[in-house]
Ligand binder design. Sequence first.
Ligand SMILES: Nc1ncnc2c1ncn2[C@@H]1O[C@H](COP(=O)(O)OP(=O)(O)OP(=O)(O)O)[C@@H](O)[C@H]1O
Ligand SMILES: [Mg+2]
Length: 247
Amino acid sequence: MGEGKRIVVDHVVHGFGGRRVLDDITFDVDGHELVCIVGQSGCGKTTLLRIMAGLLRCDSGAVLLDGRAVTAPSERTAMVFQHFGLFPWKTVRANIEYGLRNRGVRDPQRVDRLIETIGLKGAEDRYPRQLSGGMQQRVGLARALAVEPEVLLMDEPFGALDAITREQLHDELLRIWAENRSITGIFITHDIDEAIVLGDRIIVMAGGVAAHIIDVPIPRPRTAQDARVHPGYPELRRKVRKALQFG
Ligand SMILES: Nc1ncnc2c1ncn2[C@@H]1O[C@H](COP(=O)(O)OP(=O)(O)OP(=O)(O)O)[C@@H](O)[C@H]1O
Ligand SMILES: [Mg+2]
């Protein structure tokens, strides 16, 4: 396994109908880093993620993945969406297998391992409507991981979940990050605590720019609880909060 791909977001500008949403976004992400992006609703987080995924072209600037410009969706990048985005007519197993099948890969053992990792054993043959929100989002995560992406882009994936389920999934994601050194991740959230628990760094978006980039000095591997009881936590929280308030 590699060390994860390096991402460079280089002076990205984007507008819709003459209204600029992303004014000049610049930051980079090291291989295997998990960077959280926080910002107020409507500040352009999803737009930025779509550009990073190659789903939307920026007006100017570039996103580079290991030095190569991202211009179209790639097999190397997977996304997890806020509203699960599962195929309702496919079972759990078929949803997870989807990306693999598209690539002509049949690997039932890999799918079994993922079902186990993500805590869905016994639910393989159910349909999304027969699952709780937390289970559906586990399927979304497993589906993204199935293709062994080098970059995982997550757009408020746990936003719709209750606090307990959300914390379980935080621990799962932290564990996946500790065990798999070949993924680089971007995680968008509104939630300051979630950003601190998960991130190596936090980017605060405001006014169409990456207004603040804040280090999270909490060692890995870690659990959500480890992060919360870390002595630096309250100060970090104040810092992110202030950055969000004042841009
Ligand atoms: N396809 C589109 N056409 C026109 N305007 C759009 C389009 N997509 C997004 N916008 C506008 O761009 C701005 C940024 O939207 P975006 O979805 O990126 O925000 P966000 O930060 O993800 O918000 P939220 O936290 O609510 O998800 C918003 O004002 C939105 O209305
Ligand atoms: Mg959004």
